[in-house]
Ligand binder design. Structure first.
Ligand code: GUN
Ligand code: ZN
Length: 433
């Protein structure tokens, strides 16, 4: 028998907390434990409730740290690891000045492998156990990414960006090549181990109508594959999209006309939306992906998290590396909190931690596997220390509730607050240092 037990204070959500005191939304065990078999959660609860353990069973004792489902990042670009923190431009200039030149290098499989490993290890160090990632236009970059994720037994969603205009020649495919290469990647990787292939037209500006048609045909052929793209991040981007697709009423209308919306569609940013676009997002059950550090860094705008949630919009959160400035979902929610605070009622710590675990798993339609620590799901676990730095330890001396502890983690924490990370039951963070 290959069981392990992980001990610590245990926290997992079974639904979205509706307010700051909604203590029915989660399970918390002070003396908690997770029993794991074959990489999956066999049981959770108090350590005593596990009953007598067989001799020789491995018990990893993380008390007094907090155990939670690993964090999930719903939008990031792995070929942008070397351009995080590039100064001074808004979205379209930033893409042309920094992003596209960096992505040109990902036709080289050696470079792609090196960067895929660095990207995933940085996420893991920060407590992220799953990511929805954009690769470059080169299929080699997707191969490199999935090989690195598969080796780590890390569940990911990823895709080759389809782009056939408005970028340097070395980054362009064609409608047909984008289709063929995505199809080959789906056949090779979708469902292999823990990997899912996303149909990934970068955005309306870099795809011709013929290419969006090809993406649509792929979605029809593989309805189980997620679709990921960008929507309404920046006002110049919206104007350009309107010029390129003059027949559509609005930006979302472009994706809608090509049948690209639906439960598995992830729309990065979705900041500047008309009432019609909001209604269409909600009705189609597509997911708006809130990328707070990126939206502030590029000066893109303030995502209307609370109001969109009240409208029943499905929402995910994400780092958007490298427009985003941190690999940490703690820092991401720290910035999300500030954006929400500028617009009205604040985001509670309970809601934040629901969002980056179960909430993001639900947004990816992967909550039967991830984000909950329910029996039978993968044992992807983050171990959190809210006293990881001297400053945090001082602050924690005056923290009295779980919510306060979570808020300290979110406001002051980063990779140093992540004591350990388990991927399918195996220690991953300590194994790399
Ligand atoms: N829109 C299209 N491509 C990108 C990208 O790489 N980053 C961001 N932030 N927005 C985009
Ligand atoms: Zn993006």
């Amino acid at each position: 028998m290959n069981d392990t037990v992980i001990r610590g204070r245990l926290l997992a959500f079974h639904r979205r907390p509706e307010h700051a005191q909604d203590h029915d939304a989660y399970v918390y065990e002070e003396n908690g434990a997770i029993r794991i078999r074959d990489g999956r959660v066999m049981s959770t609860g108090s350590f005593e409730a596990l009953g007598p353990l067989p001799d020789g069973i491995l018990v990893q004792d993380h008390r007094p740290y907090l155990l939670m489902p690993g964090f999930i990042d719903c939008h990031a670009h792995f070929p942008q690891v070397q351009i995080i923190g590039s100064f001074g431009a808004e979205l379209l200039d930033w893409l042309n000045e920094y992003t596209f030149p960096a992505e040109l290098a990902y036709g080289d499989p050696v470079h792609a492998r090196t960067m895929a490993a660095a990207f995933l290890d940085s996420l893991i160090r920060n407590g992220t156990t799953s990511v929805a990632a954009f690769c470059s236009v080169h299929p080699q970059s997707v191969q490199a990414f999935f090989e690195a994720a598969h080796t780590r037994n890390m569940a990911t969603v990823a895709g080759k960006v389809m782009m056939d205009r408005n970028a340097p020649a070395g980054l362009l495919d064609t409608a047909q090549r984008g289709y063929d290469e995505t199809l080959a990647l789906i056949e090779d990787w979708h469902g292999r181990g823990r990997q899912s292939v996303a149909i990934t037209p970068r955005f309306a500006i870099t795809s011709t109508p013929a290419q969006l048609e090809a993406a649509s045909a792929l979605k029809e052929l593989y309805p189980e594959c997620p679709v990921q793209t960008h929507l309404s991040e920046n006002l110049d981007e919206i104007r350009l999209a309107a010029n390129l697709y003059p027949q559509d009423e609005d930006y979302l209308g472009v994706y809608q006309r090509y049948g690209l919306l639906g439960e598995r569609t992830l729309l990065g940013h979705s900041i500047h939306l008309s009432p019609r676009e909001i209604a269409t997002l909600v009705e189609s059950r597509s997911v708006a992906v809130f990328c707070p550090t990126s939206n502030l860094f590029l000066g893109s705008g303030l995502f209307d998290y609370k109001r969109n949630q009240a409208r029943n919009m499905r929402i995910a959160t994400a780092t958007d590396i490298g427009g985003g400035t941190s690999y940490s979902m703690l820092k991401t929610m720290d910035e999300a909190y500030k954006i929400v605070a500028l617009q009205g009622p604040k985001l509670s710590p309970l809601e934040s931690f629901w969002q980056i675990t179960r909430g993001n798993a639900e947004a990816l339609s992967l909550d039967s596997e991830l984000g909950t620590l329910e029996t039978g799901t993968y044992a992807d676990i983050v171990v959190l220390n809210a006293s990881a730095t001297p400053e945090m330890a001082l602050r924690m001396q005056r923290a009295q509730t779980l919510s306060e502890e979570l808020f300290v983690l979110q406001t002051m924490g980063d990779d140093r607050a992540v004591a350990e990370v388990y991927l399918a039951g195996s220690a991953a963070k300590s194994a790399m240092s």
